[in-house]
Ligand binder design. Structure first.
Ligand SMILES: [Fe+2]
Length: 212
């Protein structure tokens, strides 16, 4: 089962288009958005204050000798437009919980969950000439919201040339994915990939923007 987004939800959501939409017929707009990576909520913990270090390795902070707690992972992929053309120069603004499930955010007051002073927590990376990106981070912890347990995820806002997509990336084979009806073959779910470096778990997640 693919993740299906209804036309009504796409229209009601009003997401994704910064430029260009007025030039394209409405049916074409909807068609492109149906083929694109689905949007998801921004969530409450978008990083308003960040470490100065926002590079692609979230496991290390400039000036720290220790590194982040938790199992490392590599994540890589390609950002493409709706017909498969890579989007160079797209920016991926990402943020995630630490290994304990806590965010580096003043609004995350779950003090029973430890902060990790060596975890970068967020990053901004740009796709290369072939539309490729790569980050190294830790596998985020699972956390609850009220009685609900959220599946493991990483938040993204991705800016292409004519699209802005806010979404969340999930992990394959996680039983908590069922809590939000996220199937392993959804465009929101990364795929396991051969390790790029030693024994670090690697995932591939490609992104499709509706307008590139
Ligand atoms: Fe989250």
């Amino acid at each position: 089962m693919k993740t299906v987004i209804s036309r009504r939800r796409l229209i009601a959501g009003g997401i994704g288009i910064t430029v260009g939409a007025p030039l394209i017929a409405q049916d074409n707009v909807i068609d492109r958005m149906m083929k694109a990576t689905p949007p998801q909520q921004l969530g409450p913990f978008y990083p308003v204050a960040r470490p100065l270090d926002q590079d692609a390795d979230l496991t290390r902070l400039d000036g720290h000798t220790e590194s982040a707690e938790g199992p490392r992972m590599d994540l890589f992929g390609i950002v493409r437009d709706f017909d498969g053309t890579p989007v160079p120069g797209a920016t991926l603004d990402l943020w995630q919980a630490n290994v304990h499930g806590r965010y580096l955010h003043g609004g995350d007051d779950r003090e029973d969950l430890p902060l990790d002073p060596h975890f970068q927590g967020s990053a901004k990376v740009t796709t290369d000439a072939d539309g490729r990106y790569r980050i190294r981070t830790i596998i985020p912890g699972i956390y609850g919201v009220g009685d609900l347990v959220r599946p493991r995820h990483i938040h993204f806002t991705i800016d292409g040339k004519q699209s802005r997509l806010t979404t969340q990336m999930y992990f394959p084979g996680e039983k908590e994915n069922a809590n939000e009806d996220i199937a392993d073959d959804s465009m929101l779910v990364a795929k396991r990939a051969p390790a790029l470096d030693e024994a670090i778990t690697a995932f591939n997640w490609d992104v499709v923007l509706p307008f590139g």
